[in-house]
Design a protein around this ligand. Structure first.
Ligand SMILES: *Cc1c(COP(=O)(O)O)cnc(C)c1O
Length: 353
């Protein structure tokens, strides 16, 4: 049976990428596996350089003073690393849910972080707007897409200070002026590849301004000076990320995938809005094109719906425990057809009920 993978992360990857990746595990370089060659060998150095270049190219940041790095420790390590590298006096954070909350908690080890705004009052079902960012602060941090709550920033503030963004769950999914950000980070496992690598894109001129000593592994400048090879990189994750970025480029890059992502989002949200058995979780204006969160109006239908979902080959639809209900994650590699299968199940439930 064909499976339709709506998992929030780790999540769906393009079939051809998985095929190429599995071949490289067996034979990448003259009979040797990708996993058993030196990361300093030319074939792997080329992979790393290609992955870094593709990331900048797809984001439109080539030749603009940015460096791309593939680091370890997940996006969660970036919560700490951002503060270590950029926080001297004070920073402002926009709190839009669990992930921003965690970023704030880590940065608070170094400073009593200022929350410029928060949507905690409504369990993060909307994105706060109209807040001020103090000019005297070191940086402003936001989360572009809130994977758990299904909200997404459609507009970014004109920040008078460096803007740092956690784009883990919507990087490479939509066109933005990426040069408005000074540092972008994203764990690979949501729109790029397997867990293990974290993409960091940083404008070099914001670095080197704090007085503290930074441990080498935590220092962006060290990783930049070693071309993202300060220590053994997560070779498999970097390789698969490179393949996915190449796949995206061949499709026509971010503008092409954004059109597909918009179609998928329109399809699911129109069903959520038209079908009286379901209600959406997030505020309409802030709905995420990557993670659609919704609930059954009548919980008595839970078992019937979930059985139908299972029979249709749909995987990973359960909502996060802090929201409940359902979450359809529709990352770049998920097809419009898969969203169609889910929408058919939802309307079939309406016919039955
Ligand atoms: C998943 C996720 C994270 C955590 O990523 P890890 O790589 O598991 O540390 C952080 N931020 C956002 C927005 C996420 O979706």
């Amino acid at each position: 049976m064909k499976r339709h993978n709506f998992s929030a992360g780790p999540c769906i990857l393009p079939k051809e990428v998985l095929l190429q990746a599995s071949e490289a595990v067996m034979d990448f370089d003259n009979g040797l596996s990708l996993l058993e060659i030196s990361h300093r060998s030319k074939p792997f150095v080329d992979v790393m350089e290609n992955a870094r270049a593709l990331a900048l190219e797809l984001l439109g940041l080539e030749g603009k003073g940015y460096k791309a790095l593939f680091l370890q420790g997940g996006a969660s390590t970036q919560f700490l690393m951002v503060a270590l590298n950029l926080l001297e006096k004070r920073a402002g954070y926009l709190n839009t849910g669990t992930w921003s909350d965690k970023a704030i908690k880590e940065a608070r080890i170094y400073d009593d972080i200022y929350e410029v705004a928060s949507s905690k009052d409504a369990n993060f079902n909307y994105i706060p707007k109209g807040y001020d960012i103090p000019v005297e602060y070191d940086y402003f941090h936001c989360t572009s897409n809130n994977t758990i709550f299904g909200t997404q920033m459609k507009e970014f503030p004109k920040s008078p200070i460096p803007m740092v963004c956690d784009m883990s769950s919507d990087i490479f999914s939509r066109e933005l002026d990426f040069s408005q950000f000074d540092l972008i980070y994203a764990g690979a496992q949501k729109n790029m590849g397997p867990a293990g690598a974290t993409l960091v894109v940083v404008k070099e001129d914001i670095l080197g301004k704090v007085s503290r000593k930074i441990p080498s592994m935590m220092d962006y400048k060290v990783h930049i000076s070693k071309s993202s090879m300060f220590n053994t990189p997560p070779v498999f994750s970097v390789y698969v990320s490179m393949l996915t970025l190449q796949w995206l480029k061949n499709l026509g890059g971010i503008p092409a995938i954004e059109k597909e992502n918009d179609k998928k989002a329109q399809l699911i949200y129109s069903e959520i809005d038209l079908n009286p058995l379901f209600k959406g979780y997030s505020t309409k204006a802030d709905r995420s094109t990557m993670n659609a969160t919704f609930n059954l109006v009548n919980e008595d239908l839970k078992e019937t719906f979930e059985t139908m979902v299972k029979e249709a080959g749909i995987n990973g639809l359960n909502g996060h425990r802090s929201v409940g209900g359902y979450r359809a994650s529709m990352y770049n590699a998920l097809s419009l057809e898969s969203v169609g299968v889910l929408v058919d199940v939802m309307s079939e439930l309406e016919r039955k009920a």
